[in-house]
Design a protein around this ligand. Sequence first.
Ligand SMILES: [Zn+2]
Length: 303
Amino acid sequence: MNDTSSMIRHEKRSTAMRIHALQTGTVAIKERQRKGVGHGLRRRLNTLLDKTWTEPPPIYAWVIEHPEGIIVVDTGETARVAEPGYFPWWHPYYKLNVRAWVRPEEEIGPQLQALGIKPADVRWLVLTHLHTDHAGGLYHFPKVEILVSRTEYQQATGTAGLIRGYLPNRWPTWFAPHLIDFSPQSFGPFSSSYSLTQAGDVVLVPTMGHTSGHLSVIVHDGRESTFLAGDTSYTQQLLLDGVVDGVSESDEVTQQTIQRIQKYLHSVPTIYLPSHDPGAVTRLMNHSVVSGLSEMISATDQK
Ligand SMILES: [Zn+2]
């Protein structure tokens, strides 16, 4: 259907940690979901009524090879989306607003295997949020410790979750994630955080907006960071432009998160990697920190 859906694996090498990008197919959404138009309920309605599809962006999941163990961030989508009735027929979002293409070999399980990683080798699986294109590959990780923010899990369960656009009916029956309550320990501009590793170099921060329990994963070596951003913005440019997407519940909450991330990018040279940004892998490979901001920082340093 489209050329961009080919299986792609990329990695970034650093002294202690290596990060791989796994593309689990593509997902097309509407232009006004990627870049919201209007405010509040009208913005969300504009998304639902929009007739213009995006070029199908990639669906990325991430693998961090860490001295304390393998960390997987998100599971991408499943090839089962091609089965008739996989998405709820009655749901306006699934009827009108989303199309996904995933080949079986593009699922995260086979891709991990190709890297020589068995799902049982995974120390932690962190989910940025529970939308289907991040949780669709869950069934590959039956014995793994899975972390989700408590708020996200509560929002996503049951009929209310289904109506909100999650697919709790597709979760494996064994799915019982460790629910994260963020501690008041601040991390840069984030007033709360959760340190995943003993070393404190992989930190989860709340980045609510796109969903109310959304989190991001920051991998940092003291000098530089890689920011695994989930759906906080669909591209780096949209984040820098301060654009609220078309599905966030609250303009204010999303704006606050965007500003916090911008502040972080101002203070630490950071490779910023949203899950659906077609430029993300090139930045990971080329080790490209957010440009403009880093130039400003080095200019200030030299004074
Ligand atoms: Zn999402």
